[in-house]
Structures are given as C-alpha cells and as structure tokens.
Design a protein around this ligand. Structure first.
Ligand code: FES
Length: 100
C-alpha cells in the first residue's frame, strides 16, 4: 500500500464525547481533518472508526504517521511545512503505514 498524504504537520485539537464513534481519516485526503469525508475512495485506505474513551479535548494526528492512531504521538515533528499535502516518505521495512 502506498503512503497516506500528510494533511498537516501538527495535530488537531478536537473535543470528543465519551462513547461516541468517530471516523478518523487515514488517507490524508479529507477536507474535514482529522475526520473522514469520503475522499479515500480509490486510495486503498479507509477510515479508522474509533470510540472516544473520555469526554474532552484530544489531539488527533493529521500527519497520518502516528503509531497510536487516531492520536498524535509526536511523529509529525519530522515533517516540514513543505511536505504538507505530499505523500509521506516510505517508512522502510521496519515500519509500514500509519499504524492503522
Ligand atoms: S500529527 Fe502528531 S503524530 Fe501525526
């Protein structure tokens, strides 16, 4: 599978409701980051549906390279502003994809 697009090089702070299900964008193409808007069609990716474990603010990944999807794990720090909107570089044989 190819790499997702880096939607941004920083996480998005969102307010989640405990027990509610959300569709996290895994392809990076959605215009409603960090959530799915259906833009993944034909990319080989699908959204990651997750249930919020608690009420409150959460930082969701927009670089699509976190190992803790849908949550930011700091991986975005390796991407520059120039890489936003581009496919993420191949992670090599040790790591495949955004951990989805
Ligand atoms: S935005 Fe922080 S790891 Fe992706």
């Amino acid at each position: 599978m190819s790499q997702p697009v880096i939607a941004d090089n920083q996480p998005k702070a969102v307010t989640l409701q405990k027990g509610k299900k959300y569709a996290f964008c895994a392809c990076g193409h959605s215009q409603t980051q960090p959530f799915c808007d259906g833009s993944h069609k034909g990319t080989g990716f699908g959204p990651k549906v997750f249930e919020a474990e608690q009420d409150g603010e959460a930082f969701l990944c927009q670089c699509k390279q976190t190992s803790n999807a849908p949550y930011c794990d700091g991986t975005h720090q390796q991407f520059s502003q120039a890489q936003v909107g581009q496919k993420a570089p191949d992670p090599g044989p040790d790591k495949q994809g955004p951990g989805l």
